[in-house]
Design a protein around this ligand. Sequence first.
Ligand code: UFG
Length: 338
Amino acid sequence: MRVFLTGGAGYIGSHTLLEILSKAHEVCVYDDYSNSAPVALMRVERLSNRTFQAVTGDVLDQGSLAKALVDFKPDVVVHFAGKKAVGESVAKPLMYYENNVVGTLSLLRGMEAAGCKRIVFSSSATVYGEPQYLPLDEKHPLAATNPYGQTKLMVEHILRDWCAAREGASAVLLRYFNPVGAHDSGQIGEDPNDIPNNLMPFVSQVAVGRRAKLQVFGGDYDTKDGTGVRDYIHVVDLAKAHAAAISYAEAHKGCEAINVGTGQGVSVLDVVKAFEQGSGQPVPYEVVARRPGDVAACYADASKAESLLGWQATRDLADMCETAWKWQSQNPNGYAAP
Ligand code: UFG
């Protein structure tokens, strides 16, 4: 199959790229490197021993995107390109609606011009809003609590309508829980631009000495140790879920939303302990006030992924922490030069 990846140089994109190259697909990456680095692609090339095309461009540049699609003629598009910081989306909502929603419309127009009818979309468990029950299955009501979440929800609606209107089209909406960890080589990993918003990159930067201590947001939740509980999923497992979704989209028509998680709830303090073990480094922390907008617990019912995609998470928390540490310790400044 010919696979077109928007945002293929990013954290999840680069791991998925490596995974699908191992399946012998022909690939074209489209990325503007606004939150990623070209060096990630060079490393994937080396690790995979394969070549692939790469086009530099913004999804909002409809001319450039349509040309790349028409030239490459993909069988399927995997759409990662988008903004993903919740706090930033509250401060800059228009930027989020423009990049994530208008960017997807631009992509769909380009796909129509190129005759491509299959898409795998990088959605998020954020579309469930505040959990009304746990574990979250795909039938849970949808709600968004911030502009970032709204954009994921809107794109899901757009893809569902697009699919219904186009004969033979298929869309797989992968609702990620909390992706963490890195490739076993330690050559590619998560490299946040600024101060990390997410737990695992923050913990890694504390362990490597880039930051003094972790702030644990809330110690008084109704959870086993009072800290927030999430469903952390190894990025390599997530990459394999994309490979399975590509095969699914090839064989099936219509639109399916599918959770991608382990089904296990893990607390912030569980992560801290596992990271200390995996890295051999101390992770000093202090418990501070809750972060506005956070929920106590969020984890997946991941059974639909197993029944439809034949996919299941295989990697545990220790593996997530060990690989995150391998990446962080080998690349203390991420992809930037030391
Ligand atoms: N946390 C801390 N300290 C930090 C960062 C996070 O204690 O410095 C805690 C949070 O309070 C939460 C847990 O660690 O309990 C996980 O927080 P993350 O920010 O890593 O992840 P979230 O679950 O808040 O958010 C993630 C994605 C969002 C997505 C959301 C819901 O980052 O994009 O899941 O699916 F919207």
